[in-house]
Design a protein around this ligand. Structure first.
Ligand SMILES: *[C@@H]1O[C@H](CO)[C@@H](O)[C@H](O)[C@H]1NC(C)=O
Ligand SMILES: *[C@@H]1O[C@H](CO)[C@@H](O)[C@H](O)[C@H]1NC(C)=O
Ligand SMILES: *[C@@H]1O[C@H](CO)[C@@H](O)[C@H](O)[C@H]1NC(C)=O
Ligand SMILES: *[C@@H]1O[C@H](CO)[C@@H](O)[C@H](O)[C@H]1NC(C)=O
Length: 409
């Protein structure tokens, strides 16, 4: 397929050059620029359209011949021959380094000599990034100032910050827009360190919250020489904060005789020096058991009603959280159920009553249609859309009663 297309293209080309040149067919060289990663290899290919078998040559930017047809010229064993024929000379350079950058020249020794160039661009992966800045021991609400830099990259590396796997995007963010975080990520600073090699750095200012404690702050490097692998530097944040307390109960509707566990979950850094349970305005019941952070009632009793508080303390402060326990006794539950049933029963009774009323009204109405106009005085009421107008219409209707009678009779 491809081959056929190519040969038809060169046939066209031959036709074109026969028509356009009196001295015979002109040949055209085709080369492409090359981008290679330092340490890997680069491939230089020179193709000839309308080849007549003239010799081909690759030379480096110092005009040193690398290959003349399939003969190696320069003593640099990083160069090797990939393909050689009438229409192509392709060579490979292994272990590319930055000093190999430059313009490579392909020459076709026809008459006249033709040349084309390929520019080699070398990408250099930067060194792993480093973090500089504040100590890692922080207090809740402190502002952490830290800088990440990556050196010796070509082109300049780009750096990104992540906290607990969420990116902290460049710019300034206040808590309302930053998912509860206030931070500032600076624009990158780029410096050319050595010739053609760059160092980039990005500063982060982050107001730490207690939720950041134990979280990983990561600076990641994006660079074209890194393919899919990425370089990163990481720091675990240690944020000190007074206790945060969350109380949870094993049942949302505790009943007399049941077991109930109240859990006191304490988050704090440093660890709490004390955690304890008490009941407000009374002693803890005798049947309540405390084990670690758990307060357990083996069998609830109505007398356990009350407000239970878990309190914890560390060097930075103290906090407490309440749980209001209401023990429902079985009888009360039964009453609640009973009253629910009463409501349901009431509704059913009302529905039946309305249905009966409707039935009576309908029988009444159809009976009158048969020709008895005894209830004619309420005629106006039937046309009314609601009860009030029905009454008004019925009253106003009395005056016209006689006329109507006449009309209908
Ligand atoms: C090859 O690279 C050189 C130097 O960067 C540039 O001037 C030229 O346009 C490039 N050629 C192609 C075909 O991209
Ligand atoms: C690649 O080149 C560097 C210098 O540019 C050299 O130090 C290294 O040993 C070379 N590696 C190989 C595998 O030849
Ligand atoms: C609740 O406690 C009272 C007094 O301690 C006791 O008399 C009663 O039997 C208890 N009720 C249940 C259901 O255990
Ligand atoms: C416990 O609280 C419930 C709900 O307020 C109440 O019905 C019950 O009488 C209380 N029991 C005691 C012993 O205070």
């Amino acid at each position: 397929m491809n081959h056929r297309r190519r040969s038809s293209r060169s046939a066209l080309f031959l036709l074109f050059c026969v028509l356009s040149s009196r001295t015979g067919c002109s040949q055209v060289l085709v080369t492409e620029n090359v981008t290679a990663i330092a340490g890997r290899h680069a491939e230089f290919s020179c193709r000839v359209r309308g080849a007549d078998g003239s010799p081909l040559q690759w030379a480096n930017s110092d005009q040193q011949t690398l290959y003349f047809d399939n003969k190696k010229a320069l003593r640099d064993n990083r160069f090797s021959l990939l393909r050689h024929g009438r229409a192509e000379l392709a060579i490979e350079l292994a272990n590319v380094s930055l000093s190999d950058e430059g313009v490579y020249i392909c020459s076709l020794f026809s008459r006249p000599v033709r040349t084309d160039t390929a520019t080699l661009t070398v990408l250099v992966a930067p060194q792993p990034p480093t973090l500089q800045g504040d100590s890692t021991e922080l207090r809740e609400g402190d502002t952490l100032a830290v800088s990440c830099s990556a050196d010796q990259g070509k082109p300049a590396p780009s750096l990104r910050w992540f906290l607990r796997d969420r990116e902290l995007k460049a710019g300034h963010t206040t808590p309302s827009e930053g998912n509860g975080r206030s931070y500032h990520v600076s624009e990158p600073t780029v410096m050319e360190t050595d010739e053609r090699m760059f160092r980039a750095s990005v500063d982060l200012e982050l107001e730490v919250s207690w939720l950041d404690d134990g979280g990983a702050l990561v600076c990641g490097v994006d660079h074209p020489a890194l393919d899919k692998t990425s370089l990163e530097a990481q720091r675990i944040l240690h944020v000190h904060y007074p206790p945060r307390i969350f109380v949870s109960a094993s049942s949302s509707h505790p009943r007399e005789g049941q077991r109930l566990d109240l859990m006191c979950d304490v988050q704090s850094n440093p660890q709490p020096s004390s955690i304890h349970w008490f009941r407000q305005g009374a002693n803890l019941p005798e049947n309540a058991v405390i084990s670690d952070r758990r307060l357990s009632f083996v069998s609830l009793n109505e007398t356990d009603n009350g407000t239970y508080t878990c309190e914890a303390e560390n060097s930075l402060g103290q906090a407490q959280s309440d749980y209001i326990l209401i023990v429902y006794d079985e009888m009360e539950m039964g009453q609640r159920l009973g009253s629910d049933q009463a409501v349901v029963g009431g509704v059913i009774a009302v529905v039946i009553f309305i249905t009966l009323c409707l039935l009576i009204l309908l029988t009444h109405y159809f009976g009158r249609q048969k020709g008895t106009y005894l209830t004619n005085e309420a005629k106006g009421a039937e046309d009314a859309t609601d009860a009030d107008t029905a009454i008004l219409n019925a009253e106003g209707g009395r005056g016209t009663q006689e006329e109507k009678k006449e009309y209908f009779l």
